[in-house]
Design a binder for this molecule. Structure first.
Ligand SMILES: [Zn+2]
Length: 187
């Protein structure tokens, strides 16, 4: 069965059997926090379990690498909305070891784009339009440095209230062990 059909079939049963009842909560986080972390599959259940947070406890923002690419991009917007509209009072940026965005080679990704039918001319056109795809695809070399950098972007954001602690951590995607990179209470 195709994935979509499989999901829709399961979903009908899920709703019919009222399996949602145990998840009923509100949009406001019980633990008054917003987490930015990576979309890595290993963190899907491990990260909430390792932090002892469940449905309703936190606002969770995810992308590839837990990276903030732009101070006025959608990640920063989500963090600010979590604070101003959804009662989050602390920010946690959680990168992880063995991340797919660590040491990513933009040339390799661009090679794969070519193999999947993206024309060389298209990449050239983008380059001539001032879009540096290699820079855009670039991840990071050191996860702790990357997390510290993201903490810095959030902490120094002109629209962030001064009393919001911004913490930086790195999680082990096998054991769930957290290493503290930035303690947001100490500044
Ligand atoms: Zn990752």
């Amino acid at each position: 069965m195709k994935l979509l059909n499989e999901i829709l079939t399961y979903n009908e049963q899920f709703v019919a059997e009222k399996k949602y009842e145990e998840f009923v909560t509100t949009k406001f986080p019980n633990k008054r926090m917003v987490i930015l972390t990576c979309m890595d599959t290993r963190l899907l259940e491990l990260l909430p379990k390792a932090l002892n947070v469940g449905n309703g406890d936190v606002k969770l923002v995810k992308n590839a690498g837990a990276l903030i690419m732009h101070p006025f991009g959608s990640i920063m917007r989500s963090i600010l909305i979590a604070i101003y509209e959804l009662q989050a009072e602390e920010v946690f940026i959680i990168g992880h070891h063995d991340c797919g965005m660590s040491g990513i080679k933009a040339e390799n990704v661009m090679g794969k784009m070519r193999e999947r039918g993206i024309k060389k001319e298209m990449l050239e056109t983008l380059a001539y339009s001032g879009i540096n795809i290699a820079d855009w695809l670039h991840g990071f070399n050191n996860v702790s440095e990357s997390v510290a950098h993201s903490v810095d972007i959030v902490k120094k954001h002109p629209l962030l209230p001064a009393d919001i602690p911004v913490h930086g951590l790195v999680i082990d995607p096998e054991t769930g062990k957290l290493d503290l990179v930035v303690n947001g209470y100490k500044d």
